[in-house]
Design a protein around this ligand. Structure first.
Ligand SMILES: NC(=O)c1ccc[n+]([C@@H]2O[C@H](COP(=O)([O-])OP(=O)(O)OC[C@H]3O[C@@H](n4cnc5c(N)ncnc54)[C@H](O)[C@@H]3O)[C@@H](O)[C@H]2O)c1
Length: 376
């Protein structure tokens, strides 16, 4: 498929599964030429159909990233390639989206390193769990390498996304039989993964959840960080930057703290799982969809210093009482599993995922309208 020339420039997407498709949608809807590369020809052809469907969905919800852009115009900016060198030729930005396997990422980045001719091209990885120093250290262009991790919920759709759980589990969690809950790597999803049996898992694309975590390696140029952040903002994403490499990046470190305390509250018999859920959905979550913890501190007293002086000692005391991490297994898991399977039977999970995605889409549209109103 020949693409229309765009004066914004060219972006190469390496790997056309779930995440490669999402990035293609984001960049093309913002007016970039997208060169989509995969080693599997059938993935590329199904990717184009899926990209078109996502672009139409985005257009119908008024979420295209530049004025005047339509799904059809954006689709014409996307071309598929079976030759890596041609795909990256002249690209200003490369987004790697191959399965979560450190040896594969090393190989793909070594190939990218050999084909990139400009010292300005940014080489970004979508990895969910790997810090960039694990697969970029020996490269000639290592100063140009970075992680740009889109925060989306794991989804299983035919021809995309399926390998994430398996590969992430083998990369980060070598003993999947012991795996219980860990962010979006869920043992129950793993055991259910069967695209033939469950072909309709929902997708929760990054235009509903715009956060992108930018993680530089110790040797990444600061200019590469700045340009990646600027590009992400330009395509309508919300970038956050880690100043050093940490496991879990930012999103999962915060998410895991909440999961762990929710677990302790139930394990220690303080409240029911249902009341934990209600506390988030009817309380904390409502606030946190608008302002973060630091703004909360600033607003809930006469500034953050006053907040810390009034409540700091008590917060420290409660946190000391919370104690360390618990093992996510045993009787508490049995109890949670029983309750959740009653209120949310496994056969109804697809319906719940669709409802979640519908509500996220409605929230994204609402926020976009609000932002426009506040600007005018
Ligand atoms: N799925 C998610 O929810 C999610 C969220 C955030 C980040 N990520 C990260 O994004 C990356 C991709 O995940 P995914 O879910 O899209 O995986 P996926 O399994 O859906 O797609 C991977 C694609 O890469 C292709 N591929 C394999 N080897 C290749 C190679 N050498 N060169 C080019 N293409 C190759 C495959 O054919 C496939 O089309 C992973 O690092 C993952 O951790 C995934």
């Amino acid at each position: 498929m020949a693409s229309l020339p765009s004066n914004k420039g060219k972006v190469a997407i390496i790997g056309s599964g779930l995440i490669g498709r999402c990035w293609s949608v984001l960049f093309s809807s913002a007016g970039y030429n997208v060169a989509l590369y995969d080693t599997v020809a059938s993935q590329l052809s199904t990717a184009l159909t899926s990209i078109e469907a996502q672009l139409c969905d985005m257009e119908s919800k008024g979420l295209m990233r530049v004025d005047g852009m339509t799904a059809q115009k954006a689709l014409q900016l996307v071309s598929s390639f079976d030759d890596l060198q041609k795909a990256v030729d002249g690209a200003l930005y490369v987004q790697e989206c191959t399965p979560e396997n450190v040896d594969l990422k090393k190989k793909v980045f070594a190939n990218l390193d050999s084909f990139v001719t400009s010292d300005k091209t940014i080489l970004a990885s979508s990895t969910s769990c790997l810090v960039p120093s694990k697969f970029t250290e020996s490269l000639t262009h290592r100063k140009q390498c970075i992680v740009a991790h889109p925060v989306i919920t794991v989804s299983f759709i035919p021809g995309g996304g399926g390998d994430l759980v398996k590969s992430c589990v083998s990369t980060c969690y070598p003993e999947p039989s012991k795996l219980t809950r860990n962010g979006y790597i869920l043992r129950d999803l793993l055991s259910q993964y069967n695209p033939q049996k469950n072909p309709n898992y929902g997708i929760n694309p990054p235009y509903y959840v715009p956060l992108v975590e930018i993680v530089p390696a110790p040797w990444t140029d600061s200019d590469v960080v700045d340009r990646t952040v600027a590009l992400m903002k330009e395509i309508g994403q919300a970038p956050v930057v880690t100043k050093k490499e940490v496991n879990g990046f930012i999103f999962n470190r915060l998410q895991y703290a909440i999961i762990m305390e929710a677990w302790r509250l139930v394990e220690d018999g303080v409240c029911s799982p249902e009341d934990v859920e209600t506390t988030i959905t009817e309380g904390l979550g409502l606030r946190y969809s608008l302002i973060g913890p630091f703004e909360t501190m600033q607003l809930n007293a006469n500034g953050i210093r006053d907040y810390c002086e009034r409540y700091g000692a008590n917060i420290k005391h409660v946190c000391e009482e919370q104690g360390g991490p618990r093992s996510l297994s045993g009787e508490t898991l049995d109890k949670l599993e029983k309750e959740l399977n009653q209120t949310m039977p496994l056969e109804q999970l697809n319906e719940r995922r669709s409802l979640r995605d519908k509500r996220l889409a409605a929230l994204a549209i609402h926020r976009q309208h609000e932002d426009k109103e506040n600007e005018s």
